[in-house]
Design a protein. Structure first.
Length: 238
């Protein structure tokens, strides 16, 4: 396959296929929103995602408007050069051919730059479309959660924070116990910073107490095994 054939086939494939340049809805649902342990944590995450996409939409919209203005400027510059060519052609000045040729070259360069800008704007339009699709999904997700639990609580709401951290850390703790992994000291320190009445802290304290008791029992068994065995003395016949 020649280079021209390869390029042509590549363009054909790209025209035939439409792969969105964004997160899939499954990815957003399961790994962006769904990874959060509580409903309010999910709402907070949705809001963060919406803030990021709002900024992106504003930036893309500005770039597209700039592209429209730049395309008009290209047309003006091309038109000006074309008028200059016509004006030079009417004069009897020397080296007219070089003056005209130079402007013709500049026109071709401007046309290529204009074509590149049109392609870039087209890609940007697609990106904007995909960001809008993500935004629409996130808005729907937000509304669906609100229907279930009511309006989003503030980030500093103590009850919502307690619930979130309890569920998040309890999940991590349970996974480590289930996989028979050692409990990371940093995880222990984090959980121990929580209020005393949270279930995850009570669970951790129970695990630590059980392990401590197991260590003490093993130490007692080893100590007992190391003690010398005293043989009973033989009875003396009187």
């Amino acid at each position: 396959m020649s280079s021209d054939e390869l390029i042509a086939r590549t363009e054909e494939i790209l025209k035939e296929t439409q792969l969105a340049d964004r997160h899939s809805k499954f990815q957003l649902e399961k790994f962006v929103i769904g990874k959060e342990p509580t409903a309010h944590a999910q709402l907070w995450q949705v809001v963060r995602e919406l803030e990021a996409r709002s900024d992106t939409i504003a930036a893309y919209t500005k770039d597209l408007k700039d592209a429209e203005d730049n395309l008009e400027l290209f047309d003006i510059r091309i038109d000006r050069l074309d008028r200059e060519i016509k004006h030079i052609a009417k004069t009897e000045a020397e080296m007219l051919d070089l003056e005209i040729k130079e402007r013709e070259i500049n026109i071709r360069k401007l046309l290529r730059e204009k074509d590149a800008l049109i392609k870039a704007a087209s890609k940007l339009n697609k990106k904007l479309k995909h960001v809008m699709e993500e935004t629409a999904f996130l808005v729907s997700a937000y509304d669906a959660i609100v229907v279930q639990i009511g309006n989003m609580k503030p980030l500093d709401d103590e009850e919502a924070q307690r619930e979130m951290w309890n569920e998040k850390l309890l999940e991590e703790l349970n996974l480590r116990v289930l996989m028979q992994h050692s409990i990371d000291p940093e995880l222990i320190r984090t959980i121990m910073c929580l209020p005393q009445d949270l279930p995850v802290k009570q669970t951790l304290i129970g695990i630590l107490e059980n392990r401590q008791q197991t260590i003490l029992n093993r130490g007692a068994e080893k100590k007992q095994l190391k003690q010398p065995q005293v043989e009973p003395q033989a009875k003396v016949n009187g």
